[in-house]
Design a protein around this ligand. Structure first.
Ligand code: HEC
Length: 123
């Protein structure tokens, strides 16, 4: 009996922390818990964009807005195309090349950043 009362107390405390946690986190000078991952996401996108327009030269064939400038290249703004392709498909095409598209020689983090950037065209 004492044991289960103890469990209940722990459960109640846990719920309290879970329920108020969000509010405390957002209330504290307006800084949200999610801001850490938001920042990581925007940094990754910024890196992807830099590579897309720069070292990767993706822009030459895929356009500044993700619409193709060469035949055969997919339209990244097409949500149906985005749905049909996994992140792994996209990363693999970037790293290994596909058809007339050259392989991109960069780090895994570069490929990941480019993948995130390709995704961002359809959002
Ligand atoms: C010389 C032109 C060219 C360049 C440069 C190029 N691509 Fe492509 N890309 C293509 C073509 C053409 C296809 C279609 C290939 C196919 O399906 O045979 C393609 C396909 C893709 C796909 C779809 C892959 C799939 O699974 O269907 C992605 C994603 C992609 N490119 C991203 C990039 C990124 C990111 C870069 C820069 C690192 C880049 N491309 C550079 C021409 C290019």
């Amino acid at each position: 009996m004492l044991r289960s009362a103890c469990h209940l107390t722990v459960l109640a405390l846990f719920s309290l922390v879970t329920l108020t946690g969000d509010r405390l986190a957002t209330g504290w000078r307006g800084i949200r818990v999610t801001s850490v991952s938001d920042e990581a996401t925007s940094k990754r996108l910024a890196r992807g964009k830099r590579l897309y327009l720069g070292a990767g030269a993706c822009v030459a064939c895929h356009g500044t807005d993700g619409r193709p400038t060469v035949p055969d290249a997919p339209d990244f703004t097409d949500t149906a195309w985005q749905r049909k392709h996994t992140d792994a498909d996209i990363a693999q095409a970037i790293a290994n090349g596909k058809g007339t598209m050259p392989a991109f020689k960069g780090s895994a983090a570069d490929v990941e950043a480019l993948t995130a950037y390709v995704r961002s065209f359809a959002k």
